[in-house]
Write a protein that binds this ligand. Structure first.
Ligand SMILES: Nc1ncnc2c1ncn2[C@@H]1O[C@H](COP(=O)(O)OP(=O)(O)OP(=O)(O)O)[C@@H](O)[C@H]1O
Ligand SMILES: [Mg+2]
Length: 290
């Protein structure tokens, strides 16, 4: 099967900037794969997504070298509105992505621009709102939505366009803890129910580790690590790069220093399960290790 996303030797420098924001990036993503891209601020996560959704070089001008193909197409040479028909993007500020006054109208907006028939639009609006758990709110004013609901609405808007690839740039970073849980839960459901290729960026690693197929860590414009979540999380160099390490992984690092031989956990539940297998209790395990 051909790769859904193929980035080869890609280097990009924003106009007016003296250093490249991305350097020699190689990334191959299979169809249906779900990837978490993390890395400290300024490491190039958003720039990578802007190269994939066609905003580079039309909207973000600069010097680009290398290959960026999505769904087999050279997106660097396509207009962003063309790319938007097969690559859906959701960004971090929910309110910037809401256009219409009513929830249902907002989802319909992009489809109306594509000239779709009314009945098809109505079906797609219902299906997409249902997929993000806003099925009952089609008639609601968008201004009355919470941050988490707005972000779910933005996601419904891109889902309605039927993209093969979804790019979510820090979709939860501007939300309060409740809104964050809402959007992450919605993303988790989508990953399970749809077979879309997805790239999600996030500073905070903990919540999605158990959901994604792969984790990519960016550092100073390069892809520094790329692998299964468990392998990447176990790598000691993460600490020096300003990547936030989930609590379960930090506790695990301490435990292996104490001599306990347990696999790197992706969730707090996994950590507990690995420490108390078959009814053994935590204090016995720690005592045995001491
Ligand atoms: N529009 C722009 N013009 C010029 N330089 C930019 C622009 N956007 C980003 N940069 C620079 O490109 C580099 C990568 O930035 P980018 O926004 O891709 O990082 P990021 O990993 O998404 O960071 P954050 O976690 O803060 O969102 C940084 O040095 C940044 O200052
Ligand atoms: Mg960013």
């Amino acid at each position: 099967m051909s790769a859904a996303i193929e980035v080869r030797d890609f280097t990009f420098r924003y106009r007016g900037s003296s250093v490249p924001a991305l350097r020699d990036v190689h990334l191959e993503v299979k169809q249906g794969e779900v990837i978490l891209v993390t890395g400290p601020t300024g490491s190039g996560k958003s720039t990578l997504l802007r190269a994939l959704n066609g905003l580079i070089p039309d909207f973000y001008e600069g010097e680009a070298h290398g290959v960026v193909r999505v769904a087999g197409r050279d997106v660097l040479s396509l207009r962003p509105n063309r790319v938007a028909t097969f690559v859906g993007s959701v960004f971090q500020s929910p309110e910037d992505q809401i256009i219409a006054g009513k929830v249902g109208r907002d989802v319909a907006f992009g489809l109306e621009n594509l000239g779709w028939e009314k009945e098809v639009i109505a079906e797609e609006v219902d299906r997409s709102l249902e997929a993000v758990g806003l099925g009952d709110l089609a008639a609601q004013e968008t201004s009355a939505l919470s941050g988490g609901q707005m972000q779910r609405l933005a996601l419904a808007g891109v889902l309605a366009m039927g993209p093969q690839v979804l790019l979510l740039d820090e979709p939860a970073s501007e939300l309060d803890p409740r809104g964050r849980q809402e959007i992450l839960g919605t993303i988790e459901n989508l990953v399970r129910s749809e077979s879309k290729t997805m790239i999600i960026t996030d500073h905070r690693l903990g919540d999605l580790l158990g959901v994604v197929d792969r984790v990519v860590v960016m550092h100073r414009g390069r892809i520094a690590l790329d692998g299964a979540a468990r392998e990447v999380m176990a790598r000691p160099e993460l600490r020096g790069w300003g990547v936030e390490i989930p609590t379960a992984v930090r506790v695990w690092r301490r435990l292996i220093q104490l001599g306990l031989d347990v696999p790197c956990p992706l969730t707090p539940e996994e950590l507990v399960d690995s420490l108390v297998p078959n009814g053994r209790n935590l204090s016995d395990a720690l005592e045995a290790a001491a």
